[in-house]
Design a protein around this ligand. Structure first.
Ligand code: GAL
Length: 366
């Protein structure tokens, strides 16, 4: 009896420890189990560091093609070490009300959350497409919460910067023309698709999104409460057809990483550098090096991934992780993640080398 009992305890302990086995490294492209042993479901995500914990917010995907639309909402996970993630459940739920803009079946993409120390609110922005309208709505949307993990309260969606001219406006931008999408959308507000957020030193927050039929990115200053646009914005990488923006600041310079526009299919990443967040951004080419042995894809296809966020590692200087999604549009829940350390060479160029397995010690001084 006693032996059976201890055997049972041993078995339970073994199975728990295999599920909860502490991870001590990143393994890009591989399934990434959370604390319940379930592959993390936070695609197109971004990370907020708050009071000693990292919070990862991303698109909750489901099985089958339908899973490319929002059936659940925005999922949240927390971590102390970036390797091991605890499921914190759904932070923003889709609605069952057919009148709601975030009714189940809409498209909720690339959610990002920032904390406003003045209002003590957590503010989530994301790209919203209205149900049944494909990708034509091209709106940005905002939700808010008093607690980091939510639930977030949905506020509204819109096309930003209506009636406004960018800080870097040129006379030709204001002349109508068949392909002058900026001019076309001045009155109605500008399109906003793939997006990220960035809080600068000093606390100002910026919304960066693919606008103008994905030809040009717009970088917009948010209001002090982070809940609205100020109307102050800049057009960057004009007509370069870039999306999936991710940004970091190093030595006072802004590094803006983007992808090309080929839907779910991977393409070549590139980055651009500026001394001012509003630009001008100098294109610097593709930062990726080496090949992903899991799929044979190299720098010309971003190892099979697409950028979503650049994560500054807390407590380490000059330590940034580039986060990419490996999309699986036929079964989106199977999408995986490629996280890689960003290196800067002697000329301050960004370099992202594929690694099959790595840990945060790469950031320690050599
Ligand atoms: C990509 C974009 C994704 C998603 C997808 C839909 O270009 O980066 O976030 O919108 O298109 O096809």
């Amino acid at each position: 009896m006693r032996n059976t009992f201890s055997l049972a305890i041993l078995t339970v302990t073994l199975s728990i420890s295999s599920v909860f086995a502490e991870r001590t490294a990143f393994e890009p492209t591989k399934p990434w189990p959370d604390n319940n042993g379930v592959h993390i479901n936070a695609h197109g995500g971004g990370i907020l560091f708050h009071q000693g914990l990292y919070y990862w917010f991303g698109e909750h995907k489901t099985q089958g093609r339908r899973g490319n639309t929002a059936q659940v909402g925005v999922h949240c996970y927390s971590s102390t070490d970036l390797y091991n993630w605890k499921d914190e459940a759904v932070a923003l739920h889709v609605s069952d009300d057919p009148e709601s803009e975030i009714v189940r079946g809409c498209v909720i993409e690339r959610p990002k959350v920032i904390y406003n120390p003045k209002t003590k609110k957590f503010v989530m922005w994301f790209h919203l497409e209205l149900r049944g309208q494909g990708y034509t709505a091209a709106r940005t949307a905002v939700a808010v919460s008093d607690t980091v993990t939510g639930p977030y309260t949905y506020l509204r969606s819109f096309r930003p910067n209506a009636g406004k001219h960018p800080v870097n406006v040129r006379p030709r931008d204001l002349r109508p023309g068949a392909e002058n999408y900026f001019h076309r959308d001045i009155e109605s507000g500008q399109m906003a698709r793939d997006m990220t957020l960035f809080v600068d030193e000093g606390g100002k927050a910026y919304h960066i999104a693919a606008a103008e039929e994905n030809y040009t990115l717009h970088i917009s200053l948010l209001t002090d409460d982070f809940l609205d646009f100020t109307g102050i914005f800049s057009r960057v990488l004009i007509r370069m057809h870039r999306e999936a923006p991710a940004i970091c600041k190093r030595n006072g310079r802004y590094y803006l990483l983007t992808s090309g526009c080929t839907g779910w299919a991977p393409n070549e990443a590139s980055y651009a550098v500026a001394d001012d967040i509003f630009g001008p951004y100098e294109p610097m080419g593709n930062p990726c090096r080496s090949v992903n042995p899991d799929n044979g894809m190299g720098p010309e296809l971003t190892f099979g991934g697409q950028s979503t966020f650049i994560l500054p590692v807390e407590g380490k200087s000059d330590a940034f992780i580039a986060m990419f999604d490996v999309w699986q549009p036929r079964n989106p829940i199977d999408g995986t993640y490629i996280w890689l350390p960003i290196e800067f060479d002697a000329d301050d160029r960004m370099v992202i080398v594929y690694r099959e397995k790595w840990d945060l010690s790469v950031f320690d001084p050599q």
